[in-house]
Design a protein around this ligand. Structure first.
Ligand code: GSH
Length: 212
């Protein structure tokens, strides 16, 4: 299996499947693609009709949307438990991943992922509303599905796709020094402490590319 990813410092969508695969211990080859190279779009078009990363290639199967990649990996590796076992928890995990995939445009636009930088954000009402919703969503997942499972400190107890989907948000909150309640900080620290997350951040730190 090969995962084509963008620059680790900047490519939030690439982080999600990469992190899921790594935490689950699933072997894969990683192919780095510099999003800012002169011929980058043409290069991406060779892999995906959308000319976007990430792209997962498994023999003859090519998948170029992160949600679809997540579903494929979960289906192919059920023992990795990347979705919660319980049907209600699983439905909820899928819902929050879809919400992340489709939403939070204000936060994503105002605070693009830039793992290794520290800067301030212009906190418009829309950006603050996104942050408030994310913090509430995390608290709700923990309360309803995480705490009782006693399987860990992640949104649904043990690590699931939901944590992978929100991992880029965690880096954004750190990069832009956005204040969140203590419970959210605790959750962020759980994500940041993952060895795979540390590996991604260390690689982002030393990448030679800078976004234009
Ligand atoms: N809906 C896509 C979004 C992927 C995406 O926007 N990827 C960015 C990198 S993080 C990209 O390839 N950008 C290149 C471009 O838009 O030209 C997914 O879920 O995978």
């Amino acid at each position: 299996m090969k995962l084509l990813i963008g620059n680790k410092n900047y490519s939030s969508w690439s982080l999600r499947p990469w992190l899921g695969l790594k935490v689950a211990g699933i072997a894969f080859d990683e192919q780095m693609h510099n999003l800012y190279a002169a011929n980058a779009r043409d290069e991406r078009l060779q892999f995906a009709p959308t000319a976007k990363v990430p792209v997962l290639i498994d023999d003859e199967i090519t998948i170029w949307e992160t949600l679809a990649i997540a579903e494929y990996i979960a289906e192919r590796f059920p023992l990795a438990k990347l979705w919660p076992h319980d049907v209600a928890a699983r439905a909820h995990a899928r819902t929050v991943c879809a919400e992340m995939h489709a939403g939070f445009v204000a936060l994503r636009t105002a605070c693009p992922m830039d793992c290794r930088s520290r800067k301030s954000a212009t906190m418009s009402a829309e950006v603050q509303a996104d942050v408030d919703r994310i913090v509430a969503l995390w608290a709700d997942c923990r309360e309803r599905f995480g705490i009782e499972s006693s399987e860990g400190e992640f949104l649904f107890g043990h690590f699931t796709w939901a944590d992978a989907f929100f991992a880029p948000v965690v880096t954004r909150l750190v990069t832009y020094g956005i204040e969140v309640p203590a419970a959210a900080t605790l959750y962020m620290n759980t994500v940041l402490a993952l060895p795979a997350m540390q590996e991604w951040l260390a690689a982002a730190e030393v990448e030679p590319w800078t976004a234009p």
